[in-house]
Design a protein around this ligand. Structure first.
Ligand SMILES: [Zn+2]
Length: 305
């Protein structure tokens, strides 16, 4: 799939802990979109310095599609290495400036990143020249209310962040927490559908060209979410716990009830949508993650499958 992309675009496809890193190369300065999770930052730097990356050449700019920990975690490390500015979506910049760890889903979701500062603000509706190509910045709220996606009309390539993956999109807040999130998700899918992209470079997973079926799956998920707020919350909590598991590699089952009570996002989503006792919530999440093949139970620990 990557072979379909113009030569100046290189995508490092990562896993679910680190978002993909998209390198847009040009004589006018190389640009990197999204930097992965903080625990992987040294490896992201290694990829960037590899012959398929920049080799010995400088990096001119870091850009983020949105400011979740798996997209911004390498910002500080890479900025230190290259001395380049960091450009953020207009809606995200204030959160980074005041380091709002709740709105950024950092300690609130038991996730981490190294702190960095905003050097440049990207506004929806503007066109950026990166990698010698034009990229329209388009508002893409839903999973993240301040997110942008970037569209190149010439090749009809969409850099979609977590707004559209080949199978779904990033977790969304239930209406009981943020009434705007699920409706915004649908509106963003409509916007993306209207672009008629030929190639999507998602925040996670391989580059794909079967855009219509991907949109169909995303719409189907949104319809299910619209019908059942508790489902939105369960999905979000399963994604969060899976992410935590990938980060720490194993969690004692016995600690899980206290964990879902201590971490704000678990506590708030449970209180707003599920109303379960902490041990009931822990059991539900373990059961569903094991059934989905995302986790396994080994010697009293929950581990990634
Ligand atoms: Zn995200």
């Amino acid at each position: 799939m990557a072979a379909l992309l113009p030569r100046q675009i290189h995508v490092f496809v990562r896993d679910w802990l680190s978002a993909n890193n998209i390198l847009l190369k040009s004589h006018d300065g190389h640009v990197l979109i999204d930097t992965g999770y903080v625990r992987h930052a040294p490896f992201t730097l290694t990829l960037l310095r590899s012959p398929r990356g920049l080799g010995d050449e400088p990096l001119a700019k870091i850009v983020n599609t949105h400011c979740h920990s798996d997209h911004i975690g390498g910002n500080a490390t890479i900025q230190r290495a290259y001395g380049c500015p960091i450009a953020l979506p207009e809606g995200e910049a204030p959160l980074i400036e005041r380091w709002d760890t709740k709105a950024l889903w950092l300690d609130y979701a038991d996730q981490r990143t190294d702190r960095f500062a905003v050097d440049e603000i990207l506004c929806a509706g503007t066109t950026q020249i990166w990698g010698g190509l034009e990229w329209r910045a388009i508002q893409a709220p839903g999973h993240d209310m301040g997110a942008l996606v970037f569209f190149n009309p010439e090749y009809r390539i969409l850099i979609s962040g977590d707004a559209l993956w080949e199978n779904g999109y990033g977790l969304v807040m239930p209406r009981a927490i943020d009434p705007a999130a699920v409706p915004a998700t649908r509106a963003t899918l409509n916007l993306i559908a209207a672009l008629k992209a030929r190639i999507v470079i998602p925040g996670h997973g391989e580059v794909f060209t079967d855009v219509a079926p991907a949109l169909e799956r995303a719409y189907a998920r949104t319809t299910a979410f619209e019908a059942d707020d508790a489902r939105v919350a369960r999905h979000a909590l399963k994604v969060l716990l899976t992410f935590r598991l990938l980060d720490c590699q194993r969690m004692p089952l016995a600690d899980l009830p206290a964990y879902v009570e201590r971490v704000g996002m678990f506590r708030d989503l449970n209180a707003a949508c599920l109303g379960l006792a902490p041990d009931e919530l822990a059991q539900l999440l373990v059961r569903e993650l094991v059934r989905a093949g995302a986790a396994a139970v080994q010697d009293g620990f929950l581990v990634p499958a």
